[in-house]
Design a protein around this ligand. Structure first.
Ligand code: PLP
Length: 442
């Protein structure tokens, strides 16, 4: 072994180097770099979607008086108090007769839902246990595997994308599963799960003593008013449902993906051998973040104290945008465009089965070639060649992207997801580039 081939103690970690760029980010980057109409990201990028000026002013006022030094690893008590109030108020709207309440000490302030997810997956469930994820799904796999656990897939089918409680029951019957991630409203399918379904899924999970990680970060982007938090449905479920949410997608008041002002709500009763899960989480938070940003906490306080925090609907702008996309999709249905109900989130899931089999030009490895749309990445490139940038469904784990499938692409509209039920038979002969250009002007 010479000096050039000998492993080196310096350099970069192979494990880190093997971490893929999140696919959604990779496609979004391509769209941005190549200057297409950017429909890739759910975000509040323009003034219509800025946080409310009253919230901004309140945050400025609060932050002037804050002591910006290290504080509790779980977040300040005044902030956790406000989160608990917000959380309980919402829960009682979902379940007016509920006896369930959460205390400020059951709240952990986190720098983003991502951070909450990372630490809770690290703590709950035995090492190597399974974590159920409905498919298609957002980027949970990386978090699960990094926490030393295994992804267990629960497939759903278009256009409903509703998880089947009987299928969940079969998965859990085998044992070895510690957690079920439920994301509601759901990215990337745009579905808000009906109350009965949420309850049935939680019932199955609790029967098998599995925790439900309830990723409800889109809870205020619910256009159909179906969102509920099942932790309030039943006192027993209070000790199984761990909620992850925050201001990231709290349209109407917080609207701040960049503020990293989020929370995790976990029952104090979740313990093993006398050790509280919450204390272990607090310890991890102390190692990783020391204390959540005082600025983020001030921001959360201002937002949650605003009267707007009580409004459970999305802003009129957000709804207008969602309605616009639905209308546009319906008008273009004759081109072979299909949609789901798009009940929640930023993302309008569209399917483009009419594109399957279409020829288009693309550049691959610097070479121009003629390609045919066969899958979602092709459909992404086809649309991209017409100046429209979405996210192919392939970027989402378990997206409907079978080889004979229909060119699924998610366009965030912010999103449009397209899933595909169609086959080559569905190809519309008159789906031309001019049509795509028209779409791009919408
Ligand atoms: C389903 C889902 N969960 C969590 C997150 C992460 O949210 P945050 O920005 O609060 O970390 C996202 C962001 O896109 C998401 O789509």
């Amino acid at each position: 072994m010479n000096a050039r081939t000998r492993p080196s103690a310096t350099g970069l970690s192979a494990r880190a180097l093997l971490t893929p760029e999140p696919f959604v980010r990779m496609f979004a980057r391509r769209v941005q770099q190549e200057g297409a109409l950017d429909l890739t990201q759910g975000d509040y990028k323009n003034a219509d979607f800025a946080p409310h000026p009253e919230v901004v002013r309140a945050a400025q006022r609060i932050t002037r008086n804050t002591v910006h030094s290290y504080g509790p690893a779980v977040g300040r008590l005044d902030v956790r108090n406000e989160v608990a109030e917000f959380f309980n108020r919402d829960g009682l709207i979902d379940y007016p007769g509920s006896e369930v309440r959460f205390l400020p000490d059951e709240v952990l302030f986190t720098p983003g839902t991502r951070a909450g997810l990372a630490i809770v997956l690290e703590v709950l469930g035995a090492d190597g246990s399974g974590v159920v994820v409905t498919r298609p799904s957002w980027e949970y796999d990386w978090f699960i595997e990094r926490a030393g656990k295994k992804v267990v897939e629960l497939p759903t089918t278009a256009p409903e994308f509703l998880p089947d409680p009987a299928a969940l029951e079969r998965l859990l019957a085998g044992g070895q599963v510690s957690c079920v991630i439920l994301n509601n409203p759901h990215n990337p399918t745009g579905r808000v799960y009906p109350r009965e379904l949420v309850e049935e899924l939680v019932r199955v999970a609790v029967r098998h003593r599995c925790y439900v990680l309830y990723d409800s970060v889109y809870q205020r982007l619910d256009y159909v008013g179906w969102f509920v938090n099942p932790a309030f449905a039943n006192p027993e479920w209070r000790d199984y449902v761990i909620s992850l949410s925050g201001l990231s997608k709290m349209d109407m008041f917080g609207a701040s993906t960049g503020a990293r002002a989020c929370w995790l709500v976990i029952s104090d009763q979740i313990r093993a051998n006398g050790v509280r899960a919450r204390d272990v989480l607090a310890n991890l938070s102390a190692w990783l973040v020391a204390t959540p940003s005082t600025l983020a906490q001030d921001w959360a306080l201002a937002a949650l104290q605003s009267p707007l925090a009580a409004l459970r609907r999305p802003s009129p702008y957000m709804r207008e945008r969602r309605d616009f996309i639905l209308q546009a999709a319906d008008e273009l249905a004759y081109l072979g465009i299909e949609r789901t109900d798009f009940g929640g989130t930023f993302y309008a899931p569209l399917a483009f089965p009419g594109l399957v089999g279409e020829k288009f030009d693309r550049v691959r490895h610097g070479v121009h070639e003629t390609a045919v749309v066969r899958n979602s990445v092709d459909a992404f490139e086809f649309l991209h060649s017409g100046g429209v940038g979405g996210i192919p469904f392939a970027a989402f784990a378990g997206g409907p992207d079978a080889p004979d499938g229909c060119g699924a692409v998610e366009i965030c509209g912010n999103g449009i997801d397209d899933d595909c039920n169609g086959t080559a038979d569905d190809v519309s002969d008159d789906f031309t580039k001019a049509d795509i250009e028209r779409v791009s002007k919408l």
